[in-house]
Design a protein around this ligand. Structure first.
Ligand code: KMH
Ligand code: ZN
Length: 272
């Protein structure tokens, strides 16, 4: 089995200081928590940024500054910026993160209810995002919040809007999206084309159960405060590194070695 790629989703767009005092907000805090998670075994950072008030933003200058700080501390980590942003952002705003010269970017391939909100991604928008990434040579990670999102990703491939290795992230357990359970994960994996790689991001209390399933099924794992703020029931994680360390422990118990950033780049067929 391939070595395990761990992605750390350090802050996301939704979690606030009221939810947890440990969420990193400033570029310096985000870079520091990314560094600690990298030392713990993360090889990809999934990145959102915040403004000085702690609100989510796609400001390219804040993205550039944060990416620069992360690369100073973790020279070989795979930087994956979010083009999902927050549910209220315009498509143009969301695309601004690509200006930070990342290795990868997320590409959500469908609309999904998102709690009481709607995370809107029409097919013309998705195609525009895919083309923007192709033109800049940035590898997409398909964010699939539901089964049909895989089909939309494959439509992009058919239309030649995406080339090369295909990597999917299944976001499971968002209220309104696909439920986080083993049967659904097997169905998602069975729907992928040969050669594609995948990771799973289990939301909230599902984070570690879905991680364990991915570890034994040969997939990869995303954890972090974007998805879950608890290290165990009722106990807040004090850092993103703690969440990564727990995945590393699970992987060790289950006999799956952890990929370095260099090995992760090889698995994803991503340049240095
Ligand atoms: N914040 C969510 C609405 C992504 O990063 O690509 C979307 C999201 C997906 O987090
Ligand atoms: Zn995200």
């Amino acid at each position: 089995m391939e070595k395990l790629i761990i992605t750390v989703a350090v802050c996301g767009a939704e979690v606030t200081r009221k939810d947890t005092p440990y969420i990193p907000i400033s570029p310096e805090e985000i870079a520091q928590q990314t560094y600690e998670a990298y030392l713990a075994g993360a090889s990809i950072v999934h990145l959102h940024v915040r403004d000085e008030n702690g609100n989510p933003t796609q400001d390219p200058q804040i993205f550039k500054r944060t990416v620069q700080l992360i690369r100073q501390k973790c020279p070989d980590i795979i930087v994956q910026v979010s083009t999902g942003g927050a549910v209220w952002m315009t498509p143009e705003e969301r695309l601004q993160s690509l200006e930070a010269d990342p290795d990868m970017a997320t590409l959500t391939t469908g609309t999904v209810n998102f709690g009481n909100d709607v995370f809107f991604n029409s097919m013309p928008m998705i195609e525009k995002f895919a083309l923007a990434m192709k033109e800049k040579g940035i590898m997409p990670e398909f964010e699939c919040f539901d089964l049909g999102h895989i089909n939309n990703a494959l439509t992009l491939v058919k239309k030649n809007l995406v080339q090369g290795h295909l990597h999917f992230d299944f976001v499971m357990g968002v209220p309104g999206g696909i439920a986080a359970n083993a049967r659904n994960l097997v169905t998602m994996v069975d729907s992928l084309p040969p050669g594609a790689t995948w990771s799973v991001a289990g939301i909230g209390r599902h984070e570690f159960a879905m991680a364990a399933l991915a570890i034994v099924m040969g997939g990869h794992v995303r954890v972090g405060m974007e998805d879950n703020i608890y290290i165990e029931k009722g106990v807040l994680a004090k850092s993103n590194a703690e969440l990564v360390q727990k995945v590393v422990r699970l992987a060790r118990e289950l006999g799956r070695p952890i990929a370095t950033p260099k090995e992760a780049r090889e698995i994803l067929q991503l340049g240095e």
